[in-house]
Design a binder for this molecule. Structure first.
Ligand code: FHN
Length: 493
């Protein structure tokens, strides 16, 4: 190697090292914060490792809003169905608020079968479920001691949260309790910062109530693995820096190993998710709602989850799915692999109807996903970012010495060309298909490109696609880290 070649290699190496460091990059000059992140970097304990390995989760939005399902008296609410209580006077049926606030008196989900839900989630391949104990309307699916607006005072009466926790626990699916800070039912709830004495006292009452309910949930459901917070964006809540910080510590002390995302509290500068120093406040980033990061750099090395609706933006049951695009199992597998390929969990939302049934479209999606997961889950559970650039064929995931390529774009000539940067420590030695364990022909290919930074491995995929779903190639990364081509032809310019 001549001096020029050596210098250019050093330059490439330093560029690679710099880009590899980017995900963990933090601001150099930190400001002193009392209520910022409690920890720098990801948690390393067993509970969090378990969370990290889930890959696929289920979200369930269920509550009183499932009764109207986005419409009432022939009128259609033009928003997310679980927000229907906030229907404006101008567009809604007369006396709507009052109607909504009395709907719980008819909540009697006679088709609800927690065991059936849990079985369906298990068959889909979900490793955890996030269940709405209380959404913004304030209605509690557990018999909270601190309000009358609960399941206990409906014709159904029974503790739905307990039924869900027990059924999912029995299936080995971890449960996370969704809890909305916003509570439209509590008289002390305020969105704007309380200013008058009366408002301040009312909000103090609301804070006590919120704390009581959270402690109650952790005590009532001791197997729940974490709390999934929502509705924490109000100015009033953001201002409660010390109080929320203390409460978070109290909840964690009550339940060692408890997992809480980045949506609970704000730092003293009013920052949510990330504090003023850019450090994550919580155990994982909870900002990926109905969106996915475009590259690994964007997630900055943090744990994260993506929660996704099947229609565009409906979480609770909406009777009318006819006019919107409904994501297909293919779409969802694509999103799942995009998430896990960048160290994220992917959580698909279901909105059961007012009687407790999961709609046929969702049941079908769960079934199709389950069929795919049954064959390909090895590429999902416990895998991580491969350290390789994203291939055009689909997504890489990695576990130990195994590199998984989930192929969405099958090449016309049936040869998948895997490009591995020369700087990458491992090399594919063998390949086989996950679906049928068939060995696939793998040859190294010297493309003879000038100053090429990649090495190429051609894998013949002999099978004609047996379905319209993606398939997975597994590569054993035990190959020696040696070059598969000489540089004899490199230009001297
Ligand atoms: O307003 C809610 C919405 O209804 C839904 O619960 C989602 C789920 O992440 N969270 C809020 C919007 O961010």
């Amino acid at each position: 190697m001549n001096k020029k070649q050596l210098l250019s290699w050093l330059f490439i190496l330093s560029a690679i090292t710099a880009s590899a460091q980017q995900p963990n990059e933090k601001k150099a000059d930190k400001i002193a914060l009392q209520y910022g992140a409690h920890r720098i970097g990801n948690r390393t304990d067993a509970a969090m490792q378990r969370w990290r390995d889930y890959g696929l989760g289920q979200f369930i939005h269920w509550g009183i809003y499932a009764i109207p399902g986005g419409q009432w008296e022939g009128k259609t609410y033009n928003g997310a169905a679980e927000w229907i209580r906030s229907w404006s006077e101008k567009d809604s049926p007369a006396n709507w608020r009052n109607t909504y606030d009395n709907l719980y008196k008819q909540f009697n989900p006679t088709n609800f079968d927690a065991k059936q839900w849990a079985q369906q989630a298990k068959d889909m391949g979900a490793k955890y479920v996030i269940f709405t104990t209380k959404h913004h309307d304030g209605f509690c699916l557990w018999p909270s001691k601190y309000t009358n607006y609960t399941i206990k005072n409906t014709p159904y009466k029974k503790d739905i949260v307990k039924e869900v926790v027990d059924a999912y626990d029995a299936q080995g699916i971890d449960v996370y309790l969704y809890f909305s800070i916003i509570d439209w039912n509590h008289p002390g709830y305020r969105s704007g910062t309380p200013k008058t004495e009366k408002d301040i006292a009312a909000y103090e009452d609301f804070k006590k109530f919120t704390r009581n309910q959270l402690i109650e949930l952790l005590k009532n459901y001791p197997t729940a693995k974490g709390l999934w917070f929502d509705g924490s964006w109000d100015a009033a809540w953001i201002k409660q820096t010390k109080w929320t910080d203390d409460l978070e510590k109290e909840l964690r002390a009550l339940r060692p190993g408890l997992i809480i995302g980045s949506r609970f509290r704000a730092d003293e500068k009013g920052n949510r998710h990330f504090d003023a120093n850019g450090d994550l406040m919580g155990d994982y980033e909870q900002g990926w709602e109905r969106k996915l990061p475009s590259s690994i750099e964007v997630v900055k090395g943090n744990d994260w989850d993506c929660v996704m609706t099947i229609p565009p933006n409906q979480w609770g049951y909406n009777a009318n799915w006819a006019t919107s695009y409904i994501k297909t199992p293919y779409d969802l597998v694509g999103m799942l692999m995009q998430a896990v390929s960048m160290n994220g969990n992917f959580v698909i939302n279901f909105g059961p109807d007012g009687k407790g049934a999961i709609r046929p479209e969702e049941a079908n999606i769960a079934k199709k996903l389950g069929e795919w997961m049954k064959v390909n889950a090895e590429a999902v559970y416990g895998t991580e970012y491969s350290g390789l650039p994203k291939p055009d064929y689909g997504y890489y995931t990695k576990k130990g010495n195994k590199l998984y390529l989930t192929v969405f774009n099958r090449p016309m000539n049936g040869i998948v060309r895997v490009a591995i940067p020369r700087s990458y420590k491992q090399r594919p030695a063998k390949a086989h298909s996950l679906a049928d364990q068939q060995t696939l022909k793998l040859v190294t290919t010297n493309m003879g490109m000038d100053k090429d930074q990649n090495m190429y491995y051609d894998i013949t995929v002999p099978f004609a696609p047996s379905s319209d779903m993606p398939f997975v190639i597994i590569m054993d990364l035990n190959g020696a880290s040696r070059d598969n081509g000489s540089n004899y032809g490199d230009a001297k310019t």
